[in-house]
Design a protein around this ligand. Structure first.
Ligand SMILES: C[S@@+](CC[C@H](N)C(=O)[O-])C[C@H]1O[C@@H](n2cnc3c(N)ncnc32)[C@H](O)[C@@H]1O
Length: 208
C-alpha cells in the first residue's frame, strides 16, 4: 500500500509538473516530453543537427529528442532511435528496442547504417534510479563508458557527441578521457533542465 506521505509527495510533483512552463509548451507543440527543449536549446546554440546527417538517439523513449531531430533533418538523412523500453514509432526515424550495452543491439545498429559512420551521437540515457547514490552513479558511468566506446568506432572523425552527464567521483577521469577523444568539450546546463536536478550535458565536438 502507498503511504499517505508518499501519495502527498507524488501529488506535489504532479502539480509542479503540470504548472511547468516547458511541460505546457511541449503539450501544445505535440512533443512527447519537455526534454525536447533541452536539445532544442543546445542545437540552436551549436547547430548540431543538419539535413543529410546520420544520427543516433540513445535512450530515446518516449521520443521527444527524436521528434525534434527528425524535423531538423528535413527528410534528408538517417535517424535511429533506440531504447530499452517500447515506444511509439516516429515517421522518418528507425526504431530499435534493445539494451545499448548488449552486443546484439550494436549489431542491429550496424545493420541499419550498413557500416556508415555517424555524424552525431545523442545520448539522454539514464539508468533507473535505485536511490542509492553510489550505485546509481556507477550504473550511469557504465552507460557513459559504453557510449564512449561506441563513439571510438561508430562516430566519424569530426563528429559530435551530446550526452547527459552527472558529476561524480569519476567526473575528472571521464572529462580527461573525452578530451583525448574530442577536440573540444563543453559542459551545459540547459534552461529546460530542472534546476534541482543534478543533470548536466557534455557536448564533445570534433572527434579526433
Ligand atoms: C530521460 S529518458 C530519455 C528521454 C528522451 N530523450 C526524450 O526526449 O523523450 C532516458 C531513457 O534512457 C533509457 N535507457 C536507460 N538505459 C538504457 C540502455 N542500457 N539501453 C537503452 N536505453 C536505455 C531509459 O529506458 C529511458 O527511456
Amino acid at each position: 500500500m502507498v503511504s499517505k506521505r508518499r501519495k502527498g509527495k507524488s501529488r506535489a510533483w504532479l502539480d509542479r509538473h503540470n504548472k511547468d512552463h516547458y511541460v505546457q509548451k511541449a503539450r501544445k507543440s505535440g512533443y512527447r516530453a519537455r526534454a525536447a527543449y533541452k536539445l532544442e536549446e543546445i542545437d540552436q546554440k551549436f547547430r548540431l543537427i543538419k539535413p543529410g546527417q546520420t544520427v543516433i538517439d540513445l535512450g530515446a523513449a518516449p521520443g521527444s529528442w527524436s521528434q525534434y531531430a527528425v524535423k531538423k533533418l528535413k527528410e534528408n538523412g538517417q535517424l535511429i532511435m533506440l531504447d530499452l523500453l517500447p515506444f511509439d514509432e516516429i515517421e522518418g526515424a528507425q526504431l530499435i528496442q534493445g539494451d545499448f550495452t548488449e552486443s546484439d543491439t550494436l549489431d542491429e545498429i550496424k545493420s541499419l547504417t550498413e557500416g556508415r559512420l555517424f555524424d552525431l551521437v545523442l545520448s539522454d540515457m539514464a539508468p533507473n534510479i535505485t536511490g542509492i547514490a553510489l550505485q546509481d552513479q556507477a550504473r550511469y558511468e557504465r552507460l557513459l563508458d559504453s557510449v564512449l566506446r561506441f563513439c571510438e568506432t561508430a562516430l566519424r572523425p569530426g563528429g559530435v557527441l551530446l550526452t547527459k552527464f552527472f558529476e561524480g567521483e569519476s567526473a575528472q577521469v571521464i572529462r580527461t578521457r573525452m578530451k583525448a577523444q574530442f577536440n573540444q568539450l563543453k559542459t551545459i546546463k540547459p534552461d529546460a533542465s530542472r534546476t534541482h536536478s543534478k543533470e548536466l550535458y557534455l557536448l564533445a565536438l570534433n572527434r579526433k
